[in-house]
Design a binder for this molecule. Structure first.
Ligand code: GLP
Length: 263
């Protein structure tokens, strides 16, 4: 896992958008895994800026979102479908037919989950998966106890997640209790992963998932089992890490590897 500690939210957003843009420039038909939440809003703004100012081309990109609330139609203001449209899709030149987001209001959700997994396979898998992290350590909606082998499925939301989500809904009764989410197994099959986190409220969970033991009780620790993970944090989210000095040294001294090889 490569860890980059940035000075604030804006820098975290710029650095993560640059990583995504480079991957799209490298592979024009990139399959991008997308996340929702407050954390990636700045990253998406930066991507829109790179698209508008530097012509970053999304015309061949395909995207797959991690999750959606069960029961919310795409036009519901709190749905992740609506979020993606407002924060990214409508501002770039991605073909809407290539935008895959789980559907929350669907007759047969289980059949949908199987179909969604099949679509990911059909395009050759996800090249770069973007992730945020929940306060209980979840990635997507893989709540504590989710199997590391899990695939796209319906998941009951944890109490902490329901409380965190309550801020977006008028009444507690309206906060969804279930979601459709990619599984940990689905996420671990992405070729590359980029996790972003910011703010003091994420400091504990970031220290645990980066430096703590691997456990399904904190599902982001599954990322320790992946061979290519970029983690971009702001300094508040990184404030409880123990090996910061090492992470910074590695980031600043990568060029020395070439020098060593030529010795
Ligand atoms: C939800 C989403 C996650 C996201 C998390 C954190 O639970 N399912 O994908 O990472 O929220 O959200 P925020 O970025 O608002 O802290």
């Amino acid at each position: 896992m490569e860890i980059t500690i940035t000075s604030n939210y804006d820098e975290m957003s710029r650095v993560s958008a640059q990583i995504i843009a480079q991957e799209i420039q490298r592979k024009h038909d990139l399959v991008l895994g997308l996340a929702t939440g407050d954390t990636p809003i700045g990253t998406y703004k930066e991507l829109v800026k790179i698209h508008k100012e530097e012509g970053l081309d999304f015309s061949k990109v395909k995207s797959f979102n991690l999750d959606e609330y069960l029961g919310l139609a795409p036009l519901h203001k709190n749905s992740y479908n609506y979020f993606m449209w407002e924060n990214l899709v409508k501002h770039i030149n991605i073909n809407p037919e290539n935008v895959y987001i789980p559907q929350g209001k669907i007759k047969d959700p289980e059949q949908f989950c199987t179909w969604y997994e099949a679509q990911i396979k059909k395009v050759g898998g996800i090249d770069l998966q973007i992730l945020g992290i929940g306060a209980d350590g979840h990635i997507a909606f893989n709540e504590p106890g989710s199997s590391f082998a899990s695939r796209t499925r319906i998941k009951a939301l944890y109490k902490q997640t329901i409380e965190d989500n309550a801020r977006f809904f008028d009444k507690m009764e309206n906060v969804p209790r279930f979601a459709i989410t990619m599984g940990i197994g689905t996420i671990l099959e992405a070729k590359k992963i980029l996790l972003i986190a910011n703010g003091k409220k994420k400091a504990d969970v970031c220290a645990k998932f980066i430096e703590g033991p691997v456990t399904s009780q904190l599902t982001a620790t599954a990322l320790q089992l992946h061979s290519y993970v970029n983690i971009v944090l702001d300094k508040d989210a990184a404030s409880k890490l123990k090996r910061t000095e090492y992470y910074n040294w590695v980031r600043d001294n990568k060029h020395l590897i070439q020098k060593e090889v030529g010795r």
